[in-house]
Design a protein around this ligand. Structure first.
Ligand code: HEM
Ligand SMILES: *[C@@H]1O[C@H](CO)[C@@H](O)[C@H](O)[C@H]1NC(C)=O
Length: 334
């Protein structure tokens, strides 16, 4: 082989590496289980389908599980660990308690995976695949999930309370919550579109519908509308129905579509954290993005996928780091 050819091959090799590095640290790969567990993704898909048929809200719950996993020590399935002598479970954190759902579904799928290929598919990857399938099943986009995450050896209750954004956050706080994870304002706006499916308890937004604070009375939030009356009826001020749930997207709660952004424009985002995207956007960039997503669903889908890939990449454990749990609720003992 002559030198020219050699250096060309070398150059192509290096460029490929750089590309891989830019995209996902070169660690995660699509088709990661192609040889070690060829039916892994099919197994997850089938069982997410079954779970969602039985309980349509489960699609939203599985998507949220992946998010709450990734924002605490990275996408390492730390969110799935129960209390142990060594650490406290993230499930007790304020944003998770009486709120996160889907643990039993993940257990069931993991058990089936363990039967097909013992200790090959990580719980963290399972969460990432299930989140994708959930979105697709509700009419949202599909994408190739990058795989090869390992599972953590611990959980962080403190981290869960610190890093998961609160529903009454200001825009500034949301932006910094995302920045800590390496996600930008564009990611915040696109990923908030997840609130096109699923439900919220009254307790997560009640403050907003009964308070007179300026943020809530900004020009995007109109009082005494039908929307406002519905919320007050479902969630009485007394607090006796604080655990009642309301769809985050009252118009098309079963579909993963771009209606969330229409809602924002009409001041009908459910959470304060939804509405501040527009009401507190001084530069007008977010407002522009919201309008763009509202008028072009495919644009929203493309951005959403891009941001999901970014989120799925947060601080992943790979190679010899972590482990592949046998049971997603406990670290391995052997
Ligand atoms: C921007 C900051 C965010 C805040 C403050 C926030 C907050 C919340 C809250 C308070 C709920 C209702 C929980 C309850 O009352 O039990 C909720 C539900 C949900 N969130 Fe978010 N969220 C945010 C971003 C995200 C992101 C990035 C995703 C996904 C990538 C997501 C996906 C969901 C889904 C799917 C539900 C419905 C879950 C279900 O029905 O079980 N959220 N969120
Ligand atoms: C959000 O709600 C919590 C609990 O109700 C409260 O302690 C906190 O001060 C609120 N934060 C903001 C920014 O309003």
């Amino acid at each position: 082989m002559n030198m020219g050819k050699m250096s060309l091959i070398l150059l192509v090799f290096i460029c490929n590496r750089i590309e891989a590095l830019n995209f996902n640290d070169g660690n995660l790969l699509p088709h990661y289980y192609k040889h070690s567990c060829p039916h892994a993704e099919k197994i997850v898909r089938r069982n997410v389908e079954i779970a969602v048929l039985k309980d349509p809200r489960m699609a939203a719950s599985l998507l949220r599980l992946h998010f709450h996993d990734c924002f605490v020590m990275g996408c390492d399935a730390s969110v799935l660990l129960d209390n142990s002598v060594a650490f406290l479970s993230e499930k007790q954190a304020v944003p998770n308690l009486n709120s996160l759902r889907g643990f039993e579904v993940i257990d069931r799928i993991k058990a089936i995976l363990e039967e097909a290929c013992p200790k090959i598919v990580s719980c963290a990857d399972l969460l990432a695949i299930a989140a994708r399938d959930a979105v697709t099943l509700r009419g949202g986009p599909s994408w190739k999930v990058y795989l090869g995450r390992k599972d953590s050896l611990k959980a962080s209750l403190i981290g869960a309370n610190q890093f998961l954004p609160a529903p009454n956050s200001s825009l500034e706080t949301l932006i910094s919550n995302f920045a800590v994870q390496g996600l930008d304002i564009g990611d915040l706006v696109a990923l908030s579109g997840s609130h096109t499916i699923g439900k919220s308890r009254c307790t997560s937004f009640k403050e907003r519908i009964y308070s007179r604070s300026i943020d809530y009375e900004g020009h995007h939030y109109k009082r005494n509308t039908v929307f406002h009356r519905i919320l007050r009826t479902i969630c009485p001020k007394s607090g006796r129905r604080d655990d009642a749930v309301v769809p985050l997207d009252l118009t098309t709660s079963a579909r993963f579509d771009n209606r969330y952004y229409h809602n924002l424009i009409q001041g009908k985002g459910l959470l304060t954290s939804d509405n501040v995207l527009m009401s507190q956007d001084v530069e007008g960039k977010i407002v522009k993005q919201v309008w763009a997503y509202a008028s072009d669903e495919q644009l929203f889908f493309r951005s959403f996928v891009e941001s999901m890939l970014k989120m799925g990449n947060i601080n992943v454990l790979t190679g010899g780091e972590g482990e592949i749990r046998h049971n997603c609720r406990v670290v391995n003992t052997w």
